[in-house]
Design a protein around this ligand. Sequence first.
Ligand code: ATP
Ligand code: MG
Length: 161
Amino acid sequence: LQKERSEFISLFHHIIDRFEMNVPEKITFIRELPNEKLFVYIDKDKLIQVIDNIISNAIKYSPEGGNIVCRVVKQRNQLLVSVSDEGMGIAYDKLEKIFERFYRVDKARTRKFGGTGLGLAISKELVEAHHGKIWAKSKEGKGTTILFTLPLMGKKRRYNV
Ligand code: ATP
Ligand code: MG
């Protein structure tokens, strides 16, 4: 990985901007991002890949007119990043499986929406390579939230990981 000190909030804004410009359906992005600069030590391209995967899924499973909430919460020494949609949701017993390679929740979903079932498995590997964790919360029929953490970089602390 090519890690460098990067400002996360502006990066996240840029990614959402790009989706907003390209998503034809009537989907509304809601941003709940702190109004400050928050630095992380990341491979930007890889982090973009993670967020692209998560937002693409949120769009894929959103109903028309759905809201997608993109949120960042600054915690003690990490960022909690989440993307919530108002889609069909995922059953409780499948919540961990979606991070496995080639796992897709059901065949009907597979037929209706393309995909290989690799997106979240790759996202998990990449988040873990950044010393973060990724998981999902969902209520069937209500929506899904994918969350991940990223260690915050201290203002002048040196990182060599
Ligand atoms: P790929 O990302 O490789 O194009 P994919 O989107 O099917 O294919 P993943 O992104 O790994 O694969 O997601 C795995 C499965 O988890 C999906 O097939 C889908 O069943 C379920 N899933 C993921 N995100 C959501 C979501 N936001 N709402 C409902 N189901 C989801
Ligand atoms: Mg996907």
